[in-house]
Design a protein around this ligand. Structure first.
Ligand code: ADP
Ligand code: GN1
Ligand code: MG
Length: 366
């Protein structure tokens, strides 16, 4: 983005006295537009993350930012006195009139965070240690927000992990087939029909009270935790847009989806998609340690299943978006959403093959 345009349209809302030196696109998220912005005076440099919020998806930015500010202030308060607190929690950077977002000259919504230095996110997991430390950080995050005072957080995207509702959206998209793409996805559509019986398990158990509602992150993709460059510790959980009432199984499931395979989410060579047992073990160990034993027996028993469920759900969402003409997730090549869906469905199969083995591992930790 052009610095001059950024300065006039967005920065004019913030009180920053240093000179803006660069504005570069950052990260690999599918929803918001993220930029790293560097400011300087003399030798001093300060970096910030500026994000254009996708308001087609997050339709109520007031509610969204109210959730996020409550969560970050609660976490900061609870960690008061912990060394390196500045890097252990997202810090919202307020506008001149003390709001947590502003509108640019075209009416788009922006927010800013202090950039956390000396840490990075990973799209693909490289070591067992990273798996353990990332999972522990997500578990700790869950513990830290478990006593957030009332009122209940807003549901920033209603029915976000309601898998049956995601299937309903899929059914509608398939019936309309607006782009005539169903033809290209016959095998994947068949996979959905053969696998849809697993969809309601967690929502049903939540509805009858067997699984408790908790405040969860709901987007625990591996690249939503910053790992320290030196110690590899998961120092800060980021991307808090979907922190809202949910199930711990959604968080564990999405960690499995994004950590177990050594292949990228959109890998076209499906032979590379695997469910690595050693990594699974580290996720269970790290997450349970981080949560400090707060999960109940049914939640623990269903940890291996949660990976199948969430991977299936996200595959269905990619397929729905493919059929609808790529209106939700950012795409960067032809049939990108279909490729993503294929990778997810292959992983669901690999996870199903390993179900018994993963259940046995889980029992070691219960
Ligand atoms: P998206 O919703 O598009 O995934 P994220 O909030 O996850 O957006 O941000 C995208 C990327 O920007 C992250 O994966 C991370 O690498 C980086 N990032 C976000 N917030 C910070 C921060 N406060 N400090 C350092 N890096 C950050
Ligand atoms: C989106 O924002 P990002 O890229 O971290 C999506 C998640 C999906 C993920 C798939 C708000 O996450 O639900 O699991 O893509 N976020 C939203 O990669 O829909
Ligand atoms: Mg993200």
């Amino acid at each position: 983005m052009d610095i001059e345009v950024f300065r006039k349209s967005i920065l004019s809302n913030y009180k920053i006295t240093k000179q803006c030196l660069s504005v570069e696109p950052y990260g690999s998220g599918h929803i918001n537009d993220t930029y790293k912005v560097v400011f300087g005076r003399g030798e001093t440099r300060d970096s910030y993350i500026f994000q254009k919020i996708n308001t087609n998806i997050f339709k109520k930015p007031d509610e969204l930012m109210s959730n996020i500010s409550r969560v970050v202030h609660h976490i900061a308060k609870k960690q008061y006195g912990v060394p390196g607190l500045k890097r252990r929690c997202i810090h919202l950077f307020p506008t001149k009139d003390w709001k947590y977002y502003c509108l640019d000259t075209e009416g788009s919504c922006w927010r800013a965070y202090r950039f956390i230095d000396g840490a990075r996110t990973y799209d693909i997991l490289e070591t067992e240690e990273q798996a353990y430390l990332a999972a522990r950080a997500f578990g700790e995050f869950q513990m830290l927000i478990s006593d957030l005072p009332q009122p209940r957080l807003f549901e920033t995207i209603p029915h976000f992990h309601d898998t049956p509702s995601r299937l309903k959206d899929f059914d509608e998209a398939l019936a309309k087939d607006v782009c005539g793409r169903a033809e290209l996805a016959k095998a994947e559509i068949e996979f959905v029909q053969n696998t849809r019986h697993i969809a309601s398990k967690v929502v049903d158990l939540m509805a009858n009270g067997t699984i408790p509602e908790r405040i969860t992150h709901n987007d625990t993709k591996l690249n939503n935790v910053l790992l320290d460059d030196e110690t590899m510790e998961g120092i800060c959980v980021i991307d808090l847009d979907t922190v809202m009432p949910g199930s711990a199984l959604y968080d564990f499931g999405d960690m499995m989806r994004t950590s177990l395979s050594p292949a990228a989410e959109d890998e076209k060579d499906l032979t590379k998609v695997q469910a690595r047992t050693n990594i699974f073990r580290q996720l269970v160990k790290g997450y349970l340690e981080g949560c400090q034993g707060c999960l109940n027996a049914t939640e623990m028993e269903l940890l291996p299943f949660s990976g199948q469920l969430i991977t299936f759900e996200i595959g269905v969402r990619f397929l729905t978006d493919f059929l609808s003409g790529d209106v939700y997730f950012k795409t960067h090549r032809e049939n990108h959403n279909l490729d993503r869906c294929r990778t997810q469905f292959t992983l669901v199969q690999r996870l199903m093959e390993k179900a018994e083995e993963f259940e046995k591992i889980t029992r070691e930790f219960i």
